[in-house]
Design a protein around this ligand. Structure first.
Ligand code: CA
Length: 226
């Protein structure tokens, strides 16, 4: 997923950026309120982490401006210990969750994953489109209860497609949400990855879980299981 981090404590911002990238996420970050607000308007953000006290524009104003501009991605705010009024103000301005500093990285990561799942209409950590099941916590995939070995990139592509099961996902969208660097327009990296995913998930070609829509992108076409 693509995460926007706005935090003016340099050490914390750099540490979180590094850890989130190590977990395979694309991270855009800023230590400045106004710049961070702009990144949220312009970038394809899956979830944002916003500190409330920031130079040039505070976190509550950023939230208000994004929501007025109909940017609906989930936002988690970071608040200082003992400032309960900040939590209330943040939630009222449209934040979806909050963490009080200091916090454990694992808790932040779990909350971000949950926010992104819920924003796509999934309530549980296991995304299930029978017979395919993807566990977003352990990052494992099974087909008819048989484990399927995927590389980190294959997993990320499948997770994004399954989060948006039933929707068309363009190649641009996939590359923007999965790669830190912009992919060459003519690159066939994604085609190769999708081809490998298809062979691993569906060696007999009986399921056809990933549909190609010529010129538009891909769609995970197995229905979400109730
Ligand atoms: Ca701050």
């Amino acid at each position: 997923m693509r995460i926007l981090l706005i935090e003016d404590e340099t050490a914390l911002r750099e540490e979180l950026t590094e850890q989130l990238r190590q977990h395979g996420h694309v991270v855009d970050s800023s230590g400045d309120g106004r710049e961070g607000w702009y990144l949220g308007l312009e970038y394809p953000v899956d979830v944002a982490v916003v500190d409330l006290g920031l130079p040039s524009m505070d976190g509550i104003s950023i939230l208000n401006h994004w929501r007025q501009a109909e940017r609906r991605f989930p936002v988690l705010i970071l608040t200082a210990r003992g400032r309960w009024q900040d939590k209330v103000a943040g939630l009222e301005a449209g934040a979806d969750d909050y963490l009080v500093k200091p916090f454990q990285f694992e808790e932040l990561l779990a909350r971000l994953r949950a926010l992104v799942r819920r924003a796509s209409g999934w309530t549980h950590a296991i995304l299930r489109c029978d017979p395919v099941a993807l566990d977003t916590h352990s990052q494992t995939v099974t087909v008819a209860d048989q484990a399927v070995e995927l590389t980190a990139y294959e997993y990320r592509v499948l997770e994004h497609l399954m989060l948006h099961a039933g929707e068309v996902v363009s190649k641009t969208e996939l590359s923007e949400h999965l790669y830190q660097e912009e992919l060459d327009r003519d690159s066939n990296v994604l085609e190769v990855l999708i081809g490998r995913l298809r062979r691993k998930l569906d060696p007999e070609r009986t399921l056809q879980p990933i549909e190609t829509l010529r010129g538009r992108g891909y769609r995970f076409q197995l229905a979400r299981s109730p």
